[in-house]
Design a protein around this ligand. Structure first.
Ligand code: NAP
Length: 467
């Protein structure tokens, strides 16, 4: 190659696989890379961009979705292209993709979920919160699900993270308010028919170890629709937690404990719907009849200190059974393998060293990088991806400077579009997405909502092509 990679004559060609927050913050960090001329193509398996901002953030948290404005600005750069409806690893394999780019960044997030691993978890009526969230947000993968809330009076939400708070809150809220958001139409219909009376939120450890943020628990505590009950015995800290909180507790954990303690002393208002927070409680079996969930067997836990000084739960042998017709397990997301790349089964991520993808022996795979949840696992808020993407891009730039790049074999930037077209794929460009976006907003306006999402890929493509 005669011209220098990253020069105006031969810009660096980068593919970013995944258009969620980590993908877009990578685009942003590349735009800031000094003295390097860069062309970025962003791929998404869906025709729609923005990943979890569209498909994960709760519909009543519209302010969080404002980050889209930042992402959209990045798409205005003439070097930016969007390849929607193109799944890497299936319709286009990783090796094929690499032939067109100097560097490839995998921003594929965590597309699956963890299970608890107790008997009966496969009964009908047990879902992961990931599925429930995807369903109410109109994600095409979850369009087919049926939550039959008209047959449900009691729900168990397992887990104490912010996802657990999201699903518990959406179940509790008056659907009339949600109906004005961008929630999927099928979810509003189902929530309107809901006969849910009681939501049990189960934390396996104590209030001091809850993973939710104080803002989220306070939002639940402020709901008008439902009595929030925190049994005083559950709010009380055991000896170990008190010491741990004093010595190691974050400000967030201290604020959570303060709020939960104060709320536990408040008498319920006597509403006919309640949300009960139980701590130190784990499901140990789901019980059903005819393949359908009817109850959950719970065990009381106690905390012990592991060899790193972290409080861990263990069962006390004290059991009880609670009738529930729906259980949502909100115990964390999990990555799925990307065909053609190594995978760290234990942690559910792409094996990497600060974003540089490695093989099973710890050797770097030149030109391949990762960001976001695919890199570090399912932790952190949307903004955590800013520093995370900056770290990976820093390494991409130093590898470029060191000449440690496997440069594209195919020099023509239009060759990939032609090849995808020849495969019969309907690639969705960013201009196409903006048309779809306008149609969704228009459909929403007609029914008094922020937007009415298309919830299946065929519907999106038909709308784009005049169907
Ligand atoms: P998370 O914050 O890691 O919480 C997972 C919860 O599941 C923890 O309470 C964990 O308890 C519990 N858990 C794990 N395994 C369990 C088991 N076998 N039995 C019972 N409980 C179990 O994960 P997340 O809620 O999925 O959220 C993912 C990330 O997205 C977090 O960083 C979260 O803050 C963020 N998020 C933010 C918002 C927002 O800002 N509004 C909304 C949604 C998500 P232990 O602590 O005992 O492991």
């Amino acid at each position: 190659m005669s011209e220098t990679l990253g020069s105006p004559q031969r810009p660096l060609r980068v593919a970013v696989v995944g258009s969620g927050p980590s993908g877009f913050y990578t685009v942003g960090a590349l735009a800031k890379a000094a003295d390097v001329e860069c062309r970025v193509d962003v791929f998404d398996r869906l025709p729609t961009p923005y990943g979890l901002v569209r498909g994960g953030v709760a519909p009543d948290h519209q302010n969080i979705k404002n980050v889209i404005r930042v992402y959209r600005k990045l798409t205005l750069d003439p070097g930016f292209r969007f390849f929607g409806n193109v799944e890497i690893g299936t319709v286009l394999d990783v090796d094929e993709l690499r032939r067109h780019y100097d560097q490839v960044v995998f921003a594929v997030g965590n597309e699956s979920f963890r299970t608890i691993g107790v008997p009966g978890e496969d009964l009908d009526g047990i879902f992961s919160a990931t599925e429930f969230v995807g369903w109410y947000n109109g994600h095409p993968d979850f369009d087919h699900l049926d939550f039959a809330l008209d047959d449900v009076e009691r729900v168990a939400v397992v887990g104490n993270g912010n996802v657990a708070m999201d699903v518990a809150r959406v179940l509790a809220k008056n659907p009339d308010g949600l109906a004005k958001t961008d929630i999927a139409a099928h979810a509003v219909e189902t929530l309107r028919r809901s006969s849910v009376r009681e939501i049990l939120v189960l934390g396996r450890r104590g209030p001091a170890q809850a993973a939710f943020t104080t803002k989220e628990i306070k939002e639940i505590g402020g709901l008008e629709e439902i009595d929030v009950v925190i049994p005083p015995a559950d709010a009380e800290l055991d000896e170990l937690s008190r010491r741990w909180l004093d010595e190691n507790g974050s400000t967030g954990a201290k604020n959570n404990v303060e709020y939960l303690t104060q709320r536990s002393a408040e008498a319920p208002r006597g509403l006919d719907r309640t949300m009960v927070f139980e701590f130190l409680t784990s499901p140990i079996e789901f019980l059903g009849h005819g393949g359908r969930l009817e109850a959950v067997k719970l065990e009381r836990n106690e905390l012990y200190e592991d060899d790193r000084g972290t409080p861990r739960p263990r069962g006390t042998g004290e059991h009880r059974i609670e009738n529930v017709q729906l259980a949502l397990t909100a115990v964390g997301y999990r990555g799925v393998p990307m065909p053609g790349l190594p995978f760290d089964e234990r942690n559910g991520v792409l094996p990497n060293d600060e974003g540089r993808i490695q093989d099973a022996n710890g050797n770097r795979l030149a030109g391949l990088y990762t960001v976001g949840w695919a890199k570090r696992g399912p932790t952190g808020l949307i903004g955590s991806n800013v520093a995370d993407a900056a770290e990976t891009v820093r390494h991409m730039m130093s590898d470029l400077t060191a000449g440690d790049v496997r440069s594209a074999e195919i020099d023509d930037p239009d060759a990939l579009s032609a090849m995808l077209g020849a495969k019969g794929l309907r690639v969705v460009s960013f201009a196409d997405w903006e048309s779809l976006d306008a149609i969704e907003v228009e459909r929403g306006e007609a029914v008094g909502k922020i937007r009415e999402k298309f919830t299946d890929v065929n519907g999106m493509l038909a709308a784009l092509d005049g169907g």
